[in-house]
Design a protein around this ligand. Structure first.
Ligand code: KET
Length: 397
């Protein structure tokens, strides 16, 4: 029965994380997976999350199934977080929102929905993008292509080429865009560039699909929603999958959502119905605990304030690590320009290291990066940043 099954090569990101766990070297550094570690190298449990969980345990509610679309209080809070409470798209009821199994679950449900209802649409992702985007959308039966994005020559965005390519896409194409903190490059569009892109998407009759996995890690919780609000205010229909894995440090709880912004409330009702059907056929309904935690943290004013302070502290710690890394590397290799570590945003930086250099870092120095050269800056700490910078300098010299 199973002899024809091909072996699975493993996932390029999760596989490295497993290899890191098994590495016995004491001074190892995990800069591979997109997880925020605190300065002691631990994945934090945020105080607001701990308190929300305690309240939920104390209340002792029953563990019934959630509806297919998830918990109402969570879905409403997600809409207000993404679009702003008073946004016309929210108040007019023209957004269909599901609580999903992480944002990955949201991306996948959206992909299945597109395959069913817009079967001729092809997907366009940035070159490069998160590896799993291609895998997921192809897994939904969709064709995945790329548009130009990262420019290795400048360490910035090839914005002109990106706009030109997007202008030429067939009407109805799906354009996957990272709303902030681009993975893997750390290179984002500026608000002014978003303002230029939005009319091009609209005029071309394109269907944007935003991925917002790092809200708060760029410039701030509100600031990082700029693209979401710009698209909604311009009247486009679009998808957005957002995650609480990183922003609430809830990775394994699988907390995320999918929102589809429609033209009016009646359309949103139809879309929500078919999204519910998609969920029912996949995993029936999302998990109770993460929905309840997210709803509690976002809706309770004290917990909300505590969360916002924690997100700011995580963002600032990463910025401090960017500065330290930049300082040590610039001192060790004065002929090279490492300014990209300062301009890139979020958890990741594209280091420009070749796969061979990444292998040497891992083998000789126990420093783990993804082979594309992507570094998770959130894995640096005051304890390891000197050693990591020295190892990088040795490999680059
Ligand atoms: N989108 C992006 C852009 C992303 O980087 C991740 C996770 C996800 C979605 C999925 O997040 P979820 O936990 O399903 O809400 N990225 C990191 C972990 C992974 O690969 O799964 C990473 O790139 O390391």
């Amino acid at each position: 029965m199973f002899q024809h099954i091909e072996s699975y090569a493993g996932d390029p990101i999760l596989g490295l994380n497993d290899a890191f766990q098994k590495d016995p070297r004491p001074n190892k550094a995990n800069l591979s997976i997109g997880i925020y570690f605190d300065d002691a190298g631990r994945i934090p449990v945020l105080d607001c999350v701990r308190q929300a969980e305690q309240q939920l345990v104390d209340e002792g509610g029953a563990k019934s199934y959630l509806p297919m679309e998830g918990m109402a209080a969570c879905r409403k809070a997600v809409q207000e977080l993404l679009f702003g409470a008073g946004h016309e798209a929210v108040t007019s009821g023209r957004i269909a929102t599901l609580q999903t199994v992480g944002s990955s679950g949201g991306l996948k449900v959206g992909g299945d929905f597109i395959k069913r209802w817009l079967p001729d649409a092809q997907v366009y992702v940035s070159d490069p993008t998160w590896d799993n985007h291609r895998a997921m959308f192809e897994g939904c039966g969709l064709t995945v292509n790329t548009y130009p994005y990262y420019d290795p020559a400048t360490g910035g965005v090839k914005f002109g080429a990106m706009l030109e390519a997007i202008q030429k896409l067939p009407r109805g194409s799906i354009v996957l865009l990272h709303a902030c903190c681009h993975n893997p490059t750390g290179v984002d569009l500026s608000p002014a560039q978003w303002e230029q892109l939005v009319p091009v998407l609209k005029a071309g009759g394109l269907l944007p699909y935003l991925d917002l996995a790092y809200q708060g890690y760029g410039d701030g919780i509100e600031e990082d929603a700029f693209a979401v609000r710009a698209l909604a205010s311009a009247g486009l229909s679009f998808f957005i999958a957002n995650s609480f894995s990183k922003s609430m440090s809830l990775y394994g709880e699988r907390a995320g959502a999918l929102s589809v912004v429609c033209q009016d409330a009646a359309e949103a009702e139809l879309v929500l119905g078919q999204l519910r059907a998609t969920v029912r056929r996949n995993y029936s309904s999302p998990p109770l605990h993460p929905g309840a935690v997210v709803a509690r943290v976002l809706n309770d004013p004290a917990l909300r304030a505590s969360w916002e302070a924690d997100v700011a502290a995580m963002r600032e710690r990463i910025l401090a690590m960017r500065k330290s890394l930049h300082a040590v590397l610039s001192a060790k290799l004065p002929g090279r320009n490492f300014d990209y570590f300062l301009s890139q945003r979020g958890m990741f930086s594209y280091t420009g290291l070749t796969p061979e250099q990444v292998d040497r870092l891992r083998e000789d120095h126990a420093v783990y990066l993804v082979r594309s050269g992507r570094m998770c800056v959130a894995g640096l700490s005051t304890r390891n940043v000197e050693a990591v910078a020295s190892a990088m300098a040795a490999v680059l010299a």
